[in-house]
Design a protein around this ligand. Structure first.
Ligand SMILES: [Fe+2]
Ligand SMILES: [Fe+2]
Length: 474
């Protein structure tokens, strides 16, 4: 028998939990099978300079060293328990936080955990081919770090399923390894996690936009009255920050490189910019439009009785719930949502409880706008006249009040035909994808070298120099 306490760093007393150990005896080999099949392609023998969480103490969650990814120590960590913690919202507000699953919420909670858990392996699957076209060793190391941590996030959710949901939980844990991103018969649960991530610009956009959805969902679950879920999500958030950093700086470095080349050669026209081997700004805008809009769909319908139930029962809170200054019950509160009525977008107030998806989406949009503003400053600082715009939130939506409508990025309601006429200006078209992929036909892996289309980062990982050997290929 495997010694799990040694193999799996944890703070859940795994060594003494026989039930959990038995569950993991089956699941852990299946997980390894999934990693070998669906983890980063042809990477199993690489030594990668990774950080591994080995405890939740400040000095324990970021230990750096060379690791072969299949030997990564995927751990199980929860934020330490606060004995005085209460349910902080909904009808159970003021009760002690639940340490076991309340029977009446069992299936709802399981669904919430499975839906979150499903996104974690999905993104690994989406990104598995990108190692072959990395722009540098630094970036290759970063994508691998994101991948192993998404793997750990899957472990985090599977821990909850095994520990708190008995046989149903074990079955769900197996299904998490059986679904496949983009598969026609057995796809991942949420739309954005079935979209391909075909190139590195898409990867950085994904980690900026879609990992940030992860952050907001985790923040809402970190408020949960079900304490083990709250504490698990709190700890996951420490890792999510790095994923968003990779995305924001990745896109930022691409913009920076494009601007340098535009200035140096005094060119503005996208075809002239492309001729110089960097990604033109309008293409970056189209990628932005795509990733933003498909990620907005992840928040669900604008008006949702499920969202109201999750909140009222104390399972899923709002962003920074305990910092909000209201009654945390929301019986009489209202919240504005938009819809399309007779060809016009109108805003109306609805019961705030039913609008919690929309509210979380709005919180997310605010943070996205700040990040896009930081990208804009790179362009402004280069003295180039180009403005990124965040599309209207109704643009290119498949879920919620805007689904089935044809909204321009500027927020006009169009006919389907008029919208289709502009689609290739607004969303990445086949030529854009072909061009971006033509830049990424092979990998750049000499230490300290970067592909022509991206600027080096400001600094290396863990204070290492940029020409550090972040990955040893063996
Ligand atoms: Fe994650
Ligand atoms: Fe992530």
């Amino acid at each position: 028998m495997i010694n799990y306490t040694e193999k799996i760093p944890n703070n859940v007393d795994l060594g003494r939990d026989r039930v959990l150990q038995r569950a993991l005896e089956h699941w852990q080999p299946a997980y390894m099978g999934w990693w070998y099949d669906m983890g980063p392609n042809e990477s199993h023998n690489f030594d990668v300079y990774l950080r591994t969480a080995i405890s939740v103490e400040p000095d324990g969650w970021a230990q750096f060293g060379y690791v072969k990814m299949p030997e990564y120590r995927w751990g199980i960590f929860l934020q330490p328990r606060d004995e005085k913690r209460e349910v902080n919202f909904g009808i159970h507000k003021g009760q002690p936080a639940w340490q076991e699953v309340p029977g009446e919420y069992r299936s709802t909670l399981r669904r919430v955990i499975v839906t979150q858990g499903d996104t974690e392996p999905a993104s690994v699957e989406q990104q598995r081919m990108l190692g072959a076209s990395c722009p540098s060793m630094y970036d290759l190391r970063n994508i691998f770090q994101v991948n192993v941590e998404e793997g750990r996030h899957l472990w985090a959710m599977v821990y909850l399923l095994h520990r708190y949901f008995g046989r149903d939980g074990r079955e769900e844990a197996e299904s998490l390894l059986a679904r496949r991103s983009g598969d026609t018969d057995n796809p991942r649960i949420l739309g954005a996690f079935n979209e391909p991530t075909p190139d590195w610009l898409a990867f950085y956009m994904f980690t900026f936009f879609t990992d940030r959805d992860g952050k907001f969902q985790l923040c809402a679950l970190a408020e949960s009255g079900f304490d083990p879920l709250a504490r698990t999500c709190r700890f996951m958030l420490t890792e999510e920050a790095h994923h968003m950093f990779v995305g924001e700086t990745g896109v930022g470095r691409i913009i920076q490189r494009t601007c340098e080349v535009m200035r140096e050669h005094k060119v503005e026209d996208p075809s002239d910019v492309r001729a110089l081997g960097v990604i033109d700004l309008p293409t970056i805008q189209r990628y932005l439009n795509f990733h933003y809009s498909v990620t907005l769909d992840l928040y669900g319908s604008d008006v949702s009785s499920n969202a109201a139930n999750y909140f009222t029962s104390g399972l899923k809170g709002r962003f920074r719930e305990t910092k909000l200054d209201d009654d945390h019950v929301l019986t009489n509160a209202e919240y504005p949502v938009s819809e399309v009525v007779s060809g016009k977008i109108i805003t109306k107030n609805v019961p705030a409880l039913t609008a919690l998806n929309e509210r979380l989406r709005d919180d997310y949009i605010e943070e996205i706008a700040d990040g896009v503003g930081r990208w804009q400053r790179v362009i402004d600082n280069a003295g180039i006249r180009f403005r990124f715009t965040l599309p209207h939130k109704g643009f290119h939506r498949g879920i919620g009040n805007f689904a089935g409508h044809f909204i321009s990025p500027g927020g006009e309601v169009l006919s389907q035909e008029a919208w289709k006429n502009h689609e290739s200006e607004w969303l990445p078209n086949s030529k854009d994808y072909a061009y971006v992929q033509s830049l990424m036909s092979g990998r750049v892996v000499e230490p300290g070298r970067f592909a022509n289309w991206i600027a080096p980062p400001a600094r290396g990982i863990n204070n290492q120099p940029l020409n550090f050997e972040y990955v040893r290929f063996n």
